[in-house]
Ligand binder design. Structure first.
Ligand code: ADP
Length: 203
C-alpha cells in the first residue's frame, strides 16, 4: 500500500502514520523527520535546511525530492509506504508521480485530514507541553511565529494538492477533528481494511 497523508501542521499526520505503519507493516516516510535528522547530523542538506525549517518555511523542492527519491529505493519501502509531509507543493507531487511511474508503481490514495485552522495552535501548544514534560527538546519551529508561517505555507503551497489529487481520482477526505481512534477507523474504512462490525466485536 502506498499512501500520502495531506493536512496542515498539527492535523495528526504523524499520529495516524505511526498507527498505519504498525497495522499494515509499511514504513512511514516523514520528510520532516528526515530533514531533522540531516540537521542534527550537520550534513550538507541539513546545513541548507536548518534555518529555513526554523523559520517555518519550506525547504526547496529539489532538496526534498532527492531525499525522497533515495529513501523509497531502500528495501524496507518495497512493501509500501506512507508519505507524511511530502509532497508539499505541486512540483513535488509531479516529481513523485514521475518517480513512481519510473518504478512502475502507483499511489493507492491521498488521505486528507481536514481540520479547522483554529485548533492547530492548541494542538501544537499541547505537543510542546507534552514534550517538555517528557524532557524532550522542543522543535525550533514549534513556536507561535514559525507555526504561523507553517500554516501559511500549507495554505498557499500545499492546499492546492487537494485539487491535484482530486483531479487524479486519489483524494479521500477524513474529519481530522474527530478523536484519534475515530480518525483511524475512518482511514481504515477508506482503505477497505475495516473488519465488518459484527466480526470486529468478536461475535
Ligand atoms: P509539520 O507538519 O508539523 O509542519 P514536518 O515535520 O512535516 O512538520 O516538517 C517540518 C519542516 O520541515 C517544514 O516546516 C519544512 O521546513 C520542512 N519540510 C518537511 N517536509 C517538506 C517538504 N516536503 N517540502 C519542503 N519542506 C519540507
Amino acid at each position: 500500500m502506498r499512501l500520502i497523508l495531506l493536512g496542515p501542521p498539527g492535523c495528526g499526520k504523524g499520529t495516524q502514520s505511526q498507527r498505519l505503519t504498525e497495522k499494515y507493516g509499511i514504513v512511514q516516510l516523514s520528510t520532516g523527520d528526515m530533514l531533522r535528522a540531516a540537521v542534527k547530523a550537520e550534513t550538507p542538506v541539513g546545513l541548507k535546511a536548518r534555518d529555513i525549517m526554523a523559520r517555518g518555511e519550506l525547504v526547496p523542492d529539489e532538496v526534498v525530492v532527492s531525499i525522497v527519491a533515495e529513501r523509497i529505493e531502500q528495501p524496507d519501502a518495497k512493501n509500501g509506504f506512507i508519505l507524511d509531509g511530502f509532497p508539499r507543493t505541486v512540483p513535488q507531487a509531479q516529481a513523485l508521480d514521475q518517480m513512481l511511474k519510473d518504478k512502475g508503481i502507483a499511489l493507492d490514495a491521498a488521505i486528507q485530514l481536514k481540520v479547522d485552522e483554529g485548533i492547530l495552535h492548541q494542538r501544537i501548544a499541547k505537543r510542546v507541553a507534552d514534550m517538555q514534560a517528557r524532557g524532550e527538546t522542543i522543535r525550533p519551529d514549534d513556536n507561535p511565529e514559525a507555526l504561523e508561517k507553517r500554516v501559511h505555507a500549507y495554505r498557499v503551497q500545499t492546499a492546492p494538492l487537494v485539487s491535484y489529487y482530486s483531479d487524479h481520482g486519489l483524494l479521500r477526505a477524513v474529519d481530522g477533528m474527530a478523536p484519534i481512534a475515530d480518525v483511524s477507523i475512518a482511514i481504515d474504512r477508506i482503505l477497505g481494511k475495516v473488519a465488518d462490525p459484527v466480526a470486529a466485536k468478536g461475535h
